[in-house]
Design a protein around this ligand. Structure first.
Ligand code: OAD
Length: 642
C-alpha cells in the first residue's frame, strides 16, 4: 500500500517517539528497578505500548520475572491508592519525628497486654526482674509513618516492619485493604507498596510539609529533659511514647513531668532533620518547597543593611569595614579546600564524576544505584546494608586526614583573619569534613560548626558508639582496598570494620551520611546566629544539600549575600544575581583568588606573610600569595607615598 508522504513522516516520528519511550522505560526498569535487561525487554514486548512504567513493573513482579529490589527513584504522580489509603490528619503526625522509633514491638506488647499475659509495658511477668532486659526494639534507623493508621515501622534496612505492616493489613477480609502508603520519617519521601514506587500527590503535601515543620521545630527547640518512664530500662516504653502511637501516652505531656530522673541530659545527637541532596529530593518526590523560603521579597519595603549594593570586591571590603556591617556568617563548602588538593563533589573532576562504581565492593544493584545517584554510596541506609563503598571512597581521605596531609587554604585564612581583625564573625558553618579550620589557631573552635561531621573521629553507624580513632585508621589501612591503586600495602579485597561495642560491621568516620541527621549543634545555633546577620558569605558550595543550604534564606532578608564560587548557584533558594539583584553579589572565580583580593582591599596582606615563611599554605595558595605580595611590593616601591 502507498503511504502518503505526510502520513509516512508522522508514522516514522511516532515510531521514533515510541522507540524513545521504550528506551527510557528500559533504562528505568534496569537502572531504577534493578531488573535484568532480558526480563525488562520481554515484559515490554508482552505488555505492549504503555506510558506507565508501573504497569510493566507489576507485570514483571506478578509473573515472577524479577525480584522487587526497592523500586524506582522516579516518583509516580498518579498513584491510584492515595485517595483511599491516606487517612491520617496532621494532628496524628508524630510530635517528634526524629525520635520516633519503630513501634512494632510496642504494638506486639499491647496485643499481649490485651491477652493479660504480660504487664503494662508488655514484658512477661517473669522477665521483669532482669535488669539487662531492655526489651526488644528495632535499632534506630530509617522509620516510616503509615499514612492510613499512623503506625510507625522500620524500613527494609532495619527489620522490614513497615513492609510487614502493609502485608498484615492486606490480609484483611476486603481485598482493597492494605496500608500501602507510608512516609519516610528520614527524608519525607512517600512510598506506595501497591505501586512499588515513590509517589507524589497534592493530597500528601500538607502532611509532608507539617512533618518537615515538626522536624525543624523540634531540632531548634532547646533540649528537653528526658520524659519520665515507668521503667527507665525499658526501651519499648520509650519507643511507644515517642512514636505517638495511639495505644500509648503522648510526648506532649512530657513537660509536666517532674521526675527526679529528669536531671539526666538527653544526649541524643541524632535528633535533627536529615541531610539530603536537592536532586535526590526532586527524584523522590519530596516537595521542593521544603527547601525554599516561602516569603515573597518583592512585596516588602526593606531597609537593607547596606546603603548601596556593592558592585565590586572593593565595595564589599568597604562594607565589611563599615559600622553597618556588624555580624557576618560564613557558609562554606568543598570548593574552599580544593586548593589544598582535596577534590570537591560535583565538579567535573569532583568525587562523584570521577568515581568508578565498577571498582566498588558492591553487588550489581547497589552499583547501578550508585551509578544513577553517587550520593547513594554515602547514604546511611546503604552504609548499614553495605559499608564498603563508602569506606573505599573515603579511604584516602581518612588516611590523609590522620597524616595531616593537607594544609589550610587562603580561604580558611580569610575566615581566621575576619575573626581576628574585625571580631564580626558570628560563625563559620562548614560542610567540609576535613577539619582544616583547626590549623587556624586564631579561630576559636566555637566559631566553627562542621555541619556534616568530621573525618578525625570514628563511630558506629549502628549503635552510635565512638571508636578509637587510631585503631579505626589502622583498620581502614589494613582492611579497605585502595581504589587509586597507589598503596601497594593495601589489601586486594575489602572487609568491613566491626564495632567492638555492638558487633555490627558498621564503623565509619564521624561524618554525616545522607539521609541521616545533622549534629544538634547546627539547629541549636542557627536560630540565634542568623538573627542579626548583616552579611552572609557563601564560599565554594553548590548549595545543593539541605538543610545546610537553608542558611541562605534563614538570614534576615535585609542582609547582603556574597557568593564566592566558580559558577553562580542557589537559584532554587531564591538567590538572584545580576542587574536586578537586590542583595546578592556574585564574586566569580577561585575562592582563594577572590578572597585574597578581598583581604588586599581590607589591608590584611601583611598578616599573611608569616604563612609563607612557615610554609603553612598549600603550594597553589603560596604561589598566589607570593605573586600578589610581589605586585604590592612593586607598586609601593614605585609609589612610596601610597
Ligand atoms: P560541591 O562539590 O557540591 O560544590 C562545590 C562548589 O564549589 C561547586 O559549585 C564548584 O564549582 C565550586 N568550587 C570548586 N572549587 C572551587 C574553588 N577553588 N573556588 C571556588 N569555588 C569552587 O560541594 P559542596 O557544596 O560542599 O556531603 O557539597 C555539599 C555536600 O554534598 C558535601 O558536604 C557532601 C556532598 O555530598 C556529604 O558527603 C554528606
Amino acid at each position: 500500500m502507498d503511504v502518503p508522504p505526510a502520513a509516512a513522516a508522522a508514522s516514522s516520528s511516532n515510531d521514533d517517539a515510541s522507540q524513545a519511550r521504550r528506551l527510557v522505560m528500559l533504562e528505568q526498569l534496569t537502572s531504577g528497578y534493578g531488573f535484568d535487561t532480558e526480563a525488562a525487554e520481554k515484559a515490554l514486548d508482552e505488555v505492549g505500548p504503555t506510558s506507565e512504567v508501573s504497569v510493566v513493573v507489576n507485570y514483571i513482579l506478578e509473573n515472577g520475572m524479577g525480584k522487587d529490589r526497592g523500586g524506582s527513584v522516579v516518583p509516580k504522580t498518579d498513584c491510584p491508592h492515595v485517595n483511599d489509603h491516606v487517612k491520617v490528619t496532621t494532628e496524628k503526625l508524630p510530635d517528634h519525628p526524629q525520635h520516633a522509633l519503630c513501634s512494632f514491638f510496642a504494638q506486639e506488647d499491647q496485643d499481649m497486654d490485651d491477652n493479660n499475659n504480660k504487664d503494662r509495658i508488655g514484658r512477661l511477668k517473669s522477665d521483669t526482674d532482669d535488669p539487662d532486659d531492655n526489651g526488644k526494639s528495632c535499632p534506630a534507623g530509617e522509620n516510616w509513618f503509615c499514612m492510613e493508621c499512623g503506625a510507625i515501622r522500620c524500613s527494609r534496612y532495619v527489620n522490614g516492619h513497615c513492609l510487614a505492616h502493609y502485608q498484615e493489613t492486606e490480609k484483611g477480609e476486603e481485598s482493597t485493604t492494605g496500608h500501602c502508603i507510608a512516609a519516610s520519617l528520614v527524608d519525607l519521601s512517600v512510598w506506595c507498596y501497591k505501586c512499588e514506587a515513590y509517589v507524589q500527590d497534592p493530597l500528601l503535601d500538607p502532611l509532608i510539609q507539617r512533618l518537615e515543620q515538626l522536624k525543624f521545630q523540634e531540632a531548634s527547640e532547646p533540649k528537653k529533659k528526658k520524659p519520665r518512664q515507668s521503667h527507665p530500662n525499658d526501651e519499648r516504653y520509650r519507643v511507644a511514647q515517642s512514636s505517638g502511637d495511639e495505644t500509648t501516652s503522648n510526648n506532649n505531656n512530657d513537660s509536666n513531668d517532674n521526675d527526679d530522673d529528669d536531671d539526666e541530659e538527653d544526649n541524643d545527637s541524632d535528633a535533627s532533620p536529615t541531610i539530603i541532596d536537592i536532586a535526590t529530593a526532586v527524584a523522590r518526590g519530596i516537595p521542593i518547597g521544603l527547601f525554599q523560603s516561602s516569603e515573597n521579597e518583592e512585596e516588602e519595603e526593606l531597609q537593607y543593611s547596606f546603603d548601596k549594593l556593592p558592585k565590586s570586591v572593593e565595595d564589599v571590603a568597604k562594607f565589611i569595614q563599615s559600622d553597618k556591617c556588624r555580624n557576618i556568617v560564613i557558609l562554606a563548602g568543598a570548593g574552599m579546600s580544593v586548593a589544598a588538593g582535596i577534590p570537591d563533589f560535583r565538579s567535573a573532576n569532583g568525587l562523584y564524576a570521577t568515581m568508578n562504581p565498577d571498582l566498588l565492593s558492591a553487588d550489581p544493584v547497589e552499583r547501578e544505584a550508585i551509578r544513577m545517584d553517587p550520593t547513594v554510596a554515602l547514604e546511611q541506609g546503604m552504609f548499614l546494608q553495605n559499608p564498603l563503598p563508602c569506606l573505599e571512597l573515603n579511604r584516602e581521605f581518612i588516611l590523609g586526614t590522620r597524616n595531616q596531609k593537607w594544609k589550610a587554604t587562603l580561604a580558611h585564612r580569610f575566615v581566621e583573619l575576619l575573626h581576628a581583625k574585625t571580631g564580626k564573625l558570628v560563625r563559620l558553618y562548614t560542610q567540609n569534613i576535613d577539619g582544616l579550620e583547626d590549623q587556624c589557631t586564631q579561630l576559636p573552635r566555637d566559631k566553627v560548626i562542621a555541619v556534616h561531621g568530621s573525618m578525625d573521629r570514628a563511630e558506629c553507624a549502628h549503635c552510635g558508639q565512638e571508636s578509637d580513632y587510631g585503631q579505626f585508621c589502622d583498620r581502614v589501612r589494613d582492611q579497605i582496598k585502595d581504589l587509586s591503586g597507589n598503596d601497594e600495602q593495601a589489601p586486594q579485597e575489602s572487609t568491613p570494620i566491626t564495632c567492638t561495642t555492638c558487633g555490627s560491621r558498621a564503623v565509619k568516620p564521624a561524618i554525616v551520611l545522607f539521609r541521616s541527621s545533622l549534629p544538634m549543634t547546627f539547629f541549636e545555633n542557627v536560630p540565634r546566629d542568623v538573627l542579626d546577620v548583616d552579611l552572609l558569605i557563601v564560599i565554594g558550595t553548590s548549595l545543593r544539600v539541605a538543610p545546610a543550604n537553608s542558611l541562605v534564606w534563614r538570614i534576615p532578608k535585609t542582609a547582603l549575600r556574597l557568593l564566592v564560587n566558580r559558577e553562580p548557584v542557589g537559584w532554587h533558594l531564591g538567590v538572584a544575581y545580576g542587574p536586578d539583584s537586590k542583595r546578592d553579589v556574585f564574586a566569580q572565580g577561585n575562592c582563594d583568588f577572590v578572597l585574597l583580593d578581598l583581604m588586599a582591599h581590607l589591608g590584611w596582606l601583611d598578616d599573611l606573610r608569616p604563612l609563607l615563611d612557615e610554609q603553612k599554605l598549600p603550594d597553589a595558595c603560596a604561589a598566589l600569595l607570593r605573586n600578589r605580595l610581589g605586585k604590592e611590593d612593586e607598586s609601593s616601591s614605585a609609589n612610596p607615598s601610597s
